[in-house]
Design a protein around this ligand. Structure first.
Ligand SMILES: [Zn+2]
Length: 516
């Protein structure tokens, strides 16, 4: 589409000239030009009772141009010292930007180690797309949860905080007993001390910074191996209720379904982290999605696990590509529902979501603002783009397209434009005609059979409203009648009341009679 092509050429100009930011359409200051991080080794000592963090970030990076200065993103916290290539570097701060001047310039294409020592109390990072809760590091007195999409990771470690720069991660997290520390990937080492434990986690595959999670709490965990040989661990904070853990038993079935539909599960390990905290919803953090209190339903779990394919293994290039994460993961979750509960439940899901999207006047997911990024456009309207593409292609060709999408971009990034190009290639004009109106038309396309349902629902709601109104009027009339009766009683002298002594000079006050 022309619209996206115009934005694309704007990006290149920004990348070339400004080290602060990669020119993202929604978050132009996020990420940093001139560098490509290869790996992060985070060594963190955390005291949750005081929300105190002491960290060493060892970052291996490649210069993508000659650099006499480069930036990382970091919000809050105090930087104690920075070394580049083993030599002390100077640095200063400007908002999110940590500006680093190495002792000697770095030549394009060379690799260098950057060591950042820092400490402080991490805070939630404000975000226009998550205006109420913010994103990143959530501390609630004795536990810590991390949900960073889109820019919260810079709130607890210095990083190139944009999905374009995926890197390898390992974590060394020291916490006081009896707390435990969980992070992405596999637990490779556990060091025991008298008062503390150090958990060493390592993730095999590249990961975008926003998908990093660290969870610190007391956990009950359960580990098993799926029929296809995948190790799965669910981590439940001890404070979570037994009933809230139940749906996580479905993890196997959900992963098996997505593997058969979209290709093999992309990572070395799987699982979920259930908090008991009021964090913003749930997030698909890589290999271990995190769930806020009350969000661990089968449908939400399916959505977050679908993201392991759509969003994590294949990740947006720019935050305005968000439909390829959210719209696609949500439709995949609907397909799982269809596989479990059948055609009728699926049809009900479609028409109810359509009605909701209509009522909320969902904007086109291909033309949004940053504030609409996690709203009705992608979650309610967005999945229909895939649904009508699937109807046009038939299941076999649709699933082949989705598997090709995975294999073309596995462990990399892709854009909405890339998805459209693939639809052009494999589906042609008719496929685009089915997909495009849901993504780009200003008003949402109409579907006659669902419009009939919307109309029925509207009439039904109107009838219920009228009934409620009639009941209310009836109650009000009854109340008035009772009041009138009581007032009438008060005006009538009671027979057992002694007669007033006229000699006292008191007289009965006049009361207006009822009805005036
Ligand atoms: Zn999602």
């Amino acid at each position: 589409m022309g619209f996206i092509a115009v934005l694309g050429s704007g990006l290149l100009a920004l990348v070339a000239s400004d080290p602060a930011g990669v020119g993202d359409a929604y978050y132009p200051g996020y990420g940093n030009a001139g560098i490509d991080v290869l790996s992060y080794e985070l060594d963190l000592t955390i005291e949750p009772s005081a929300n105190a963090l002491k960290g060493v970030a060892a970052i291996r990076m490649r210069a993508t141009s000659d650099l006499s200065l480069f930036h990382l993103d970091l919000v809050g916290l105090d930087v104690d010292a920075i070394e580049v290539g083993g030599e002390a570097a100077t640095f200063d701060r400007d908002g999110r930007e940590l500006r680093i001047t190495p002792a000697r310039a770095i030549a394009a294409d060379s690799e260098v180690d950057v060591l950042v020592r820092y400490h402080g109390e991490p805070e939630v990072v404000p975000d226009p797309a998550v205006p109420v809760e913010g994103v990143g590091w959530f501390w609630n007195g004795d536990a810590i949860w991390v949900m960073s999409e889109p820019g919260g990771s810079a709130g607890f470690f210095p990083c190139n905080d944009h999905p374009l720069d995926k890197a390898l991660f390992s974590f060394r997290v020291r916490v006081p007993r009896p707390l435990q520390a969980v992070a992405n990937g596999k637990l490779v080492e556990l060091l025991e001390e008298e008062d503390a434990r150090t958990y060493v986690w390592s993730a095999r595959d590249p990961m975008a910074t926003y998908l990093v999670t660290i969870a610190i709490a007391e956990f009950d965990s359960e580990t098993w191996t799926s029929p296809s040989g995948l190790e799965i661990t669910n981590w439940f904070t001890k404070k979570s209720r037994e009933s809230s853990r139940k749906a996580f038993q479905k993890t196997d079935e959900i992963l098996e379904y997505f593997s058969s539909a979209f290709g093999p599960y992309p990572f070395e390990i799987a699982g979920n982290i259930l908090t008991n905290a009021r964090v913003p919803g749930a997030l698909e953090t890589q290999t271990k999605p995190v769930y806020g209190a009350g969000t661990g339903t089968e449908e939400v779990i399916a959505h977050e696990l679908a993201h392991q394919w759509f969003g994590n293994a294949v990740c947006v290039e720019d935050w305005n590509d968000i439909w390829i994460n959210e719209g696609v993961a949500e439709y995949a979750a609907w397909m799982y529902l269809e596989s479990q509960e059948g055609a009728e439940a699926f049809a009900k899901k479609l028409k109810e979501t359509y009605a909701m999207a209509r009522a909320m006047k969902a904007t086109p997911p291909g033309h949004m603002t940053v504030r609409q990024m996690f709203g009705a456009a992608v979650y309610l309207r967005g999945p229909f783009a895939l649904h009508f593409l699937r109807r046009q292609l038939g299941d076999e060709r649709f699933l082949a397209l989705m598997r090709r999408w995975m294999s073309d971009h596995l462990h990399g990034n892709a854009s909405l434009e890339d998805f459209l190009a693939l639809v052009d290639e494999l589906g042609g004009k008719d496929a685009r005609a089915a997909l495009d109106p849901w993504l780009f038309d200003e008003s949402m396309p109409s579907v006659a059979e669902w419009d009939a349902y919307v109309e029925e629902r509207r009439k039904d709601q109107e009838a219920r409203r009228a009934l409620r109104e009639a009941e209310r009027a009836e109650r009000e009339a009854l109340r008035k009648a009772q009041q009138a009766e009581e007032d009438a009683k008060k005006n009538t002298p009671k027979p057992e009341e002694p007669a007033k002594d006229g000699a006292s000079g008191e007289s009965k006050p006049d009361k207006p009679s009822d009805g005036r």
